[in-house]
Design a protein around this ligand. Structure first.
Ligand code: ISJ
Length: 294
């Protein structure tokens, strides 16, 4: 009797262990299966020239809104001046602000996304958040191209004076914060040239390879340029600046309310795209393609 009871106990125990093992294995295979589904889902959303162009169109909204926000403030030049001595931090307020914000955003994982490039990439702290498996679209050699030095210089020396009125209202921290929003939006757009170039290369490798091997920048520039697309971009951003920068009132129609009164000058936005944003995006495309066969 005792033996039978002991046997039953052992069998029950074994059965329990067996069920537990099945449960764990099944759970693991389920997790793996769902992970595979996510990965294959991302794979399905393959990048095409149309999808990258759609992204550039959406990014126009971010850029224009950020410029409108910066235009709320006058120049506020103390934001950019190098103080004679260190005041808790060394250098201009804008450098301090960008450095510190990038540091925090790096910890929060911003620069794990291959679409993001820091202005001060040296000595950034590592991300503290679990990594996300961004689809590996870019070719390794070109992925690290960073033209933010150029963007920084152009933004402060050429762009700001064009669309910001002179004056000082003391809002230096808010000014620095809105500058950073502009810089990040413009930088993301310009570096998106890497994705544009990758898609163009994949669509026609035989067209690009001879120019890449010959390191012929002019030929590459010709191959990747679509003048008609650029003209459309210029017209569209001007129209967006007109619509987004309108003063909205409830007692007049949109067209009545705003003749010539926009938060940012619409033709100027078109000019920013024509003279800086599109040429730099194309510069990034050429640089990326030159490394595409490395
Ligand atoms: C980005 C592209 O490549 C080039 C750059 C463009 C831009 O920066 O908007 C537009 C057309 C092309 O000349 C593209 O083809 O869409």
């Amino acid at each position: 009797m005792l033996v039978l009871a002991r046997l039953a106990e052992v069998l029950t125990m074994n059965l329990f262990v067996l069920i537990l093992v099945i449960f764990i294995l099944d759970g693991r295979s389920l997790t793996m299966a769902s992970k595979e589904r996510i990965v294959s889902k991302m794979g399905e959303k393959e990048m095409t020239l149309d999808t990258v162009r759609d992204s550039l169109i959406r990014q126009e909204d971010t850029i224009i809104f950020s410029l409108i926000e910066r235009a709320k403030f006058p120049m506020n030049s103390p934001t950019y001046q190098e103080p004679k001595s260190c005041v808790g931090f060394c250098g201009s307020l804008i450098r301090f602000f960008v450095n510190e914000t990038e540091s925090l955003q790096a910890k929060a994982g911003r620069y794990q996304n291959p679409e993001e490039n820091a202005f001060f990439p040296d000595h950034l702290p590592p991300s503290l958040v679990p990594p996300y498996a961004f689809p590996p679209v870019l070719h390794r050699a070109g992925a690290s191209i960073n033209v933010n030095n150029k963007i920084w210089d152009i933004y402060f020396k050429q762009l700001l004076p064009l669309f910001i009125i002179s004056g000082d209202d003391g809002n230096y921290a808010s000014t620095a914060s809105s500058d950073l929003n502009c810089l990040q939006a413009i930088s993301r757009r310009i570096h998106y040239g890497k994705f544009v170039a990758e898609v163009k290369y994949k669509d026609a490798p035989h067209d690009y390879e001879p120019a890449i091997r010959a390191k012929d920048r002019d030929a590459l520039m010709k191959l990747l340029t679509f003048k008609a697309v650029e003209e459309t971009v210029k017209k569209r951003v001007e129209k967006k600046a007109m619509i987004f920068g309108e003063e909205v009132t409830t007692n007049t129609t949109c067209t009545e309310s705003n003749e010539g009164n926009h938060k940012i000058d619409p033709p100027l936005v078109s000019r920013l795209y024509d003279e800086w944003i599109m040429p730099l995006t194309k510069f990034v495309q050429v640089e990326y393609l030159l490394r595409r066969l490395d």
